[in-house]
Design a binder for this molecule. Structure first.
Ligand code: SF4
Length: 345
C-alpha cells in the first residue's frame, strides 16, 4: 500500500507566505504514525509547486500511490480539489482522503459536491487515518462504519461515523523528526479561549493537551541534527503553561540546541521572566492576536483583552529582544453580537 500525503496550493497568492508555505505539522505526524506501522509514505508540498499540473501529473505517474491524503486548512481547499481530480484521472482506483480543519467542518459539503473525494478524516487524524488505511488494505467494502472520526458516502449519501475520542497522551505519538525534516512544531493541541472567529474551539472543544517538555525538546534536537535551524512553534497559545515553557527553554539551553524559533501567544499570557527564558533559548518572534484597534470589535470577537494588555505585552516583548508581531482581522461585522454563521464556499 503506497500512500502519498499532499499539502495543496492556495488559489490566491499570499502577501507573506513564509509560514504558510511550510507543510503543517499534522501531516508529518500522520506520516510518522503510518511509517511506524510499516507503510510506505511520501509527502508532497504542492504549495511550493504552485499551480503546475504537468509537474503534479508527472509525480502521480511516477509514484502511482494507492491512497492520496490531503491536508485541507481552508484557503487551500480548491487546490486540494484540483489535485484530487488529477489523481482520479491518472488512476480512478486511487482512494482520495481529505483531512484537516477545513475538511472536518466541510465534510458534508465535500462529499455532496465533489465525487473525487472518497473519504474525509474528521478531527484528530492520526489513528482514524491509520485505521482507514488498514481497512482499505484488507477489505475496502462495505464502507467502514466501525471506524470513528470518518465520513464517506453510503448509498450515495454523505454520512459520518462517531466522533473519535482525543488521544489521551500525546507523547505516545511516534516522533515525526525520526523520519522527516519539517519546520512547524507544536507543544500542545487546543486552546481554552473561545474567540468567535476561530476554528480552534470547535475543532479541539477548548480542551488542551500537552506534550512533555522532554518530548518537545527532543523533537527540536532531532530536527537540528537534520539541519533545521529555524522552526515555527505553531501552538494556538504556546505560553499557556508558564512553568512548562520555562522548563523547555532550560532544556534547550542545557542540551545546547542552537535553533531559532517563532511562537504564537496571547497578550495576557506572557510575563517578563518567561520572555527572558524564551529569548535566551532562541525565540526571535512572537505573534499575538490583537485582532482590532477597537475595544468594541475585540469584545465582539470575545477576545477578552484590552489596550493595557496589548501595550504591556508588546513593550515587554520588545524589551526582551524578541520581535512582537500582531495579527489583525479586517471586515468585522460591527452590528452583530455573535459569531458569523455564514460560510463562504
Ligand atoms: S486565543 Fe487564539 S487560538 Fe485561542 S480561540 Fe482565540 S484566536 Fe483561537
Amino acid at each position: 500500500m503506497k500512500i502519498l500525503l499532499v499539502y495543496p496550493y492556495f488559489i490566491d497568492n499570499r502577501m507573506d507566505e513564509e509560514d504558510i508555505s511550510a507543510i503543517p505539522m499534522g501531516l508529518f505526524s500522520i506520516a510518522a504514525v503510518l511509517r511506524d506501522s510499516g507503510y510506505a509514505v511520501e509527502i508532497l508540498n504542492a504549495y511550493n509547486l504552485g499551480r503546475s499540473p504537468h509537474r503534479i501529473y508527472q509525480i502521480l505517474g511516477e509514484r502511482r500511490p494507492d491512497v492520496v491524503g490531503f491536508s485541507i486548512l481552508h484557503a487551500n481547499r480548491w487546490g486540494g480539489i484540483d489535485i484530487a481530480r488529477m489523481v482520479k484521472k491518472v488512476n480512478p482506483a486511487t482512494r482520495v482522503v481529505f483531512g484537516g480543519v477545513g475538511a472536518t467542518f466541510l465534510w458534508e459539503h465535500f462529499l455532496t459536491h465533489f465525487p473525487e473525494i472518497d473519504y474525509v478524516v474528521r478531527g484528530e487524524g492520526e489513528v482514524s487515518f491509520l485505521e482507514l488505511i488498514r481497512f482499505l488494505e484488507t477489505a475496502g467494502d462495505p464502507p467502514p462504519a466501525h471506524i470513528d472520526g470518518l465520513a464517506f458516502r453510503q448509498a450515495g449519501k454523505p454520512i459520518k461515523t462517531r466522533d473519535r475520542r482525543p488521544l489521551a497522551d500525546l507523547d505516545q505519538l511516534p516522533m515525526a523528526a525520526d523520519y522527516f525534516s519539517f519546520q512547524h512544531v507544536a507543544l500542545s493541541r487546543g486552546c481554552p479561549s473561545n474567540c468567535t472567529f476561530c476554528g480552534s474551539p470547535a475543532f479541539w472543544h477548548r480542551r488542551v493537551r500537552f506534550h512533555s517538555a522532554d518530548y518537545f525538546v527532543t523533537q527540536l534536537q532531532r530536527l537540528r541534527e537534520r539541519g533545521v535551524s529555524f522552526v515555527f512553534v505553531s501552538d494556538d497559545t504556546f505560553t499557556l503553561q508558564r512553568d512548562r515553557v520555562i522548563e523547555i527553554c532550560r532544556l534547550i539551553l542545557k542540551r545546547r540546541i542552537e535553533i531559532a524559533w517563532a511562537a504564537i501567544s496571547r497578550v495576557d499570557c506572557v510575563d517578563a521572566e518567561m520572555l527572558k527564558w524564551m529569548r535566551r533559548a532562541g525565540c526571535t518572534q512572537i505573534s499575538y492576536g490583537v485582532e482590532s484597534g477597537s475595544q468594541k470589535i475585540r469584545d465582539l470577537y470575545r477576545k477578552r483583552i484590552d489596550d493595557t494588555d496589548i501595550c504591556r505585552a508588546f513593550d515587554l516583548t520588545h524589551r526582551t529582544g524578541i520581535m512582537a508581531r500582531a495579527y489583525f482581522i479586517y471586515g468585522a461585522p460591527a452590528n452583530r453580537t455573535g459569531p458569523s454563521t455564514k460560510v463562504w464556499l
